[in-house]
Design a protein around this ligand. Sequence first.
Ligand code: AVJ
Length: 334
Amino acid sequence: MPASTPRTKASIRIDSHLADGDERSLADDARDGLTRPFKELPPKHFYDARGAELFDRITELPEYYPTRAERAILERSARELAKLTSASELVELGSGTAAKTRVLLDSLREAGTLVRYVPVDVTETMVRSCAEELTKEYPGLEVHGVIGDFERHLDRLPEATGPRLVVFLGGTIGNFEPASRERVLADVASLLGPEDHFLLGTDLVKDPAVLEAAYDDAQGVTAEFNRNVLRVLNRELGSDFDPDDFEHIAMFDPKHEWIEMRLRARREHTTVLRELDLSVHFEAGEELRTEISAKFTRERVRADLAGAGLELVRWLTDPDELFALTLSRLANPA
Ligand code: AVJ
């Protein structure tokens, strides 16, 4: 059984699956990623409190269209989604502040099917505060929060209480390279029964200039967000990176159809990650890859979902086709 706080309030339950072993993840990723010929770190380490706040600011930048486009699609389609799914529970992977979730909760409540919300996120404070807020805003709503990493803890979700709508919004699926993406989608598919649906948000392939501007804004917020991972390393692993020693790079790779963010060393230097007893050397101009953010076409999404045994039910996009939401379900329910 997971370590769980039984019931803080009548309708809230939170299970935590983050045990000691999990704090190793940054250490393991750093040891692994910083000793390679082409240095890299997974993007999930951006999001300490400061990183989460910088990301929130990114979502409001004029250049960063994905959040606005996705919200517009949700607002336009929420009723249709409620009708198509008749979901009694909404399971949200990487729920964060659940900013866009309310649109779906509203429409499911209006349709009269909503019983429970299951937010899944690694950040405990986020899960707790959103559970508190939502139970206040939606009287009678049950919230069963799961603190965990959706790459590892999807098998720990509570048993379904009725038709389920699993959502993975924001385009975060784009952070995974094709092989891990396939694994994440297969894990999601394994959560679904014959009555359940999956709603996936994906950013779409478009003019590289538009994409690159979205990841290299004029105010430099994304640059600060990118450099924030160095502060996380300094604090957690005892390094002494000077973030100003690194230049923010964002470029579209047309072959892979993804944006890459990198940090490029402005000068040759070495830092020691004291906690790991690991010394890391950067040549002048050497780059550390900090994120990929894949961009999709309709055909790509369809094929990736099919690879996980899912079939497309609705393809929903905004008028400018900047972003897409895809509703799918099991292609061959047992
Ligand atoms: C949260 C992963 C969807 O890839 O667009 C924003 C993160 N990185 N600006 C994205 C991000 C730089 C974002 N996701």
